[in-house]
Unconditional design. Structure first.
Length: 122
């Protein structure tokens, strides 16, 4: 619908938008996102050590896995692995502190860790 209230009949555009929003859910897609989750250190390098882009991409991959009904095991281990691949030594030291806190039973989950990482990166 346009701003004037008219319905657009641009079917090719509608199809393009629809296709871009559809999530293909099959075993190969789940396998792909599962593999990507494990290789978070490589993802950090691929994204040029940009913490915010890394966090956003991880959240997208987690969403894709959850939408396929798959459980996410060892996410925190792989998330720490990804953050530890960052180029900034001060940031990595901060992540080591958070990892120690997590290993000691601290209440850190994926969202909290990503939030702490983004705040430290800014």
């Amino acid at each position: 619908m346009s701003t004037s209230g008219e319905v657009s009949l641009d079917r090719p555009l509608f199809l393009q938008i629809l296709i871009s929003r559809v999530i293909v859910d099959n075993r190969s897609t789940i396998l792909f996102y599962s593999h990507q989750r494990i290789c978070l250190d490589q993802l950090m390098i691929k994204l040029n050590y940009i913490i915010t882009a890394f966090s956003d991409e991880v959240q997208n991959k987690v969403y894709q896995l959850l939408s396929g009904g798959k459980l996410i095991q060892h996410l925190m281990v792989n998330l720490f692995k990804g953050y530890e691949a960052a180029a900034n030594k001060e940031f990595v030291s901060y992540i080591h502190l958070k990892k120690y806190e997590y290993n000691e039973g601290g209440s850190i989950n994926m969202n909290k860790l990503m939030s702490h990482a983004k705040n430290q990166y800014m």
